[in-house]
Design a protein around this ligand. Structure first.
Ligand SMILES: CC(C)(COP(=O)(O)OP(=O)(O)OC[C@H]1O[C@@H](n2cnc3c(N)ncnc32)[C@H](O)[C@@H]1OP(=O)(O)O)[C@@H](O)C(=O)NCCC(=O)NCCS
Length: 176
């Protein structure tokens, strides 16, 4: 593992056991639909990912983002789709994409990985969209027959303090 934290800032992993994950939906926001991004939407999803991480409170992703641009992220998303069959789930409101989660299904290990983490557009936060996207992700992975889901993240940021544990994620410490 690369221990240069400016390149890989992740210091905790959240894991969901999909055999016990229950399907109770979070409070539905009727105007939000979660679907797969089309190929021609990958560029906008990458811009949203970059902007969403760079505008998190306290700038925890600042160093990590130095190695990315929205264009290089779009290339990463497209390449991983071709090579690994990854999927980009996006919540949409009135035809505007307002979040993203990129998922890799590892059939051999039975694991689903969120390779982008859940990211919601700054102007749409605290309205249940992150919860909805997380639920859809976990439900889809369970339907695929996977045994667990994982995301690498940073301790103490809102996703790790609120979103992931609130919906059943168990944190696993990553050795420094
Ligand atoms: C983390 C993130 C995805 C949450 O998205 P969201 O749409 O605001 O999440 P929700 O509205 O579904 O909130 C889920 C719960 O967390 C709480 N919450 C979310 N952000 C919070 C914050 N900054 N402070 C306090 N509570 C917060 C909400 O109140 C809600 O709890 P409740 O249901 O008891 O009210 C969003 O803040 C984000 O995109 N952050 C930057 C990207 C990032 O770091 N992602 C993690 C990558 S691993």
């Amino acid at each position: 593992m690369n221990r240069d934290t400016s390149i890989r800032p992740f210091n905790c992993v959240f894991r969901w056991d999909l055999s016990t994950f229950n399907y109770q939906d979070p409070t539905q926001t009727a105007e939000t639909r979660v679907r797969l991004a089309l190929e021609n939407e990958i560029g906008s999803a990458a811009e949203l990912w970059y902007d969403g991480l760079s505008r998190e409170e306290g700038s925890p992703w600042e160093s990590y983002l130095k190695k990315w641009t929205p264009a290089s992220a779009a290339k990463w998303f497209l390449d991983s789709k071709k090579r690994l069959g990854t999927k980009m789930l996006v919540p949409e409101q009135q035809e505007v994409i307002v979040g993203v989660n990129g998922i890799i299904s590892e059939k051999n290990s039975g694991k689903g990985r969120f390779f982008t983490g859940i990211v919601v557009s700054p102007n749409y936060r605290r309205r249940g969209i992150g919860s909805l996207l997380l639920h859809k992700t976990l439900s889809d992975l369970k339907k695929e027959g996977l045994r667990c889901a994982e995301v690498e993240t940073i301790q103490g940021i809102p996703a790790a303090k609120y979103l992931y544990p609130k919906h059943g994620g168990k944190s696993i410490q990553v050795p420094a």
